[in-house]
Design a protein around this ligand. Structure first.
Ligand code: B12
Length: 265
């Protein structure tokens, strides 16, 4: 059976409601990258040789399949999550925190169920971020598969000073990615090959960062400080502040009360 881009978008929209992702996010925007886009090989140099190409990611589960497309979706956080986080200066609001902890669980279901949909229709598909071989911190908090880099290749947006991806619908969002042997026409990159084209370097995210982890230029960002802030100031009080434990949390203050929060500046 042939599956079109419209079918994938419709399936994502169905999963968005079915998984409860609609409680945390606005509707998913779909973009597609060609699996053989030269950027994916360049990432072995830009990120590290441990970063998978789409072909390597798909081969882990389907050794005989040939990767053709990378499906990427972006789900902006709801106004409720964003506006409540705007008012915070130290740790995330309850609504932001639940969109991280439980919204990502819904997003994990979306990745897996989109793969099942493709498989049932005769295509190989894998969500690299959820692969059992995936590690999120092989070197300097960079893992085997960067969903932001895949989104950049697919034309979704470009990196900001905070390293968040600035999209047409802003920086306050979560991404999902699936690699498949279904061939679909890739999207163009409206910003060409410039990874930082849509950031004005206004510095608002840097002023918002309680960890002082964001500097005036793109390579100044200190990921370890970002992580340590969460480990020392957010995670220990999870149960008292929010009511749950054992699920990841980060503050995301750099993504709210900034000009790129919900639009491309
Ligand atoms: C490890 C990780 C973290 C770590 C480290 C994050 C950090 N500060 O980098 C910790 C735990 C601290 C963290 C925190 C958060 N994270 Co996080 N995290 C990840 C994870 C699992 C892997 C990231 C990775 O491997 N990146 C690869 C490295 C190489 O990326 P990088 O160092 O940022 O890349 C830089 C350079 O390569 C540079 N670059 C230099 N030269 C060139 C040249 C070219 C051509 C290109 C393209 C790029 C480039 O561009 C980048 C920016 O400087 C991803 C999920 C995934 N699998 O992708 C989520 C992810 C990146 N996190 C996400 C989010 C939302 C957050 C938080 C906001 C959490 C929250 N509670 O809401 C915070 C904010 C942190 C921040 N400022 O980015 C989202 C990002 C969405 C977005 N809006 O951009 C992701 C994609 C998860 C998802 N599925 O949505 N995260």
């Amino acid at each position: 059976m042939t599956i079109t881009r419209t079918d994938i978008q419709q399936q994502l929209n169905r999963l968005y409601y079915a998984t409860g992702a609609n409680d945390f996010f606005e509707e998913p925007v779909l973009k597609i990258a060609a699996a053989d886009d030269p950027f994916f090989v360049r990432f072995k140099t830009i990120i590290g040789d441990f970063h998978w190409t789409p072909a390597e990611a798909l081969a882990i589960k389907f050794p005989a399949a040939k990767a053709k497309s990378v499906l990427v979706w972006c789900m902006p956080k709801t106004e409720r999550a964003r506006s409540s986080n705007r008012a915070e200066a130290v740790r995330p609001s309850l609504d932001w925190a639940r969109s991280r902890s439980f919204g990502e669980v819904a997003n994990e279901h979306m990745r897996r169920q989109l793969c099942r949909y493709l498989e049932v229709n005769g295509f190989a598909a894998t969500p690299p971020h959820l692969n059992s071989d995936y590690s999120q911190a092989v070197r300097r908090l960079a893992g085997n598969w960067s969903e932001r880099h895949a989104a950049f290749v697919a034309g979704m947006g470009t990196f900001g000073l905070s390293a968040g991806l600035i999209t047409e619908r802003g920086i306050a969002h979560r991404l999902g990615t699936v690699v498949t042997d279904l061939e679909l026409a890739p999207d163009q990159r409206p910003y060409g090959d410039d990874p930082f084209a849509w950031c004005t370097k206004c510095g608002a995210c840097s002023r918002r960062c309680p960890a002082h982890a964001i500097g005036p230029d793109f390579l100044d960002r200190d990921k370890t400080k970002c992580l340590q802030y969460a480990v020392n100031h957010i995670v220990p009080n999870r149960l008292a502040d929010y009511g749950w434990m054992d699920l990841s949390l980060g503050c995301g203050l750099c993504q709210t009360d900034v000009p790129c929060e919900h639009r491309r500046p």
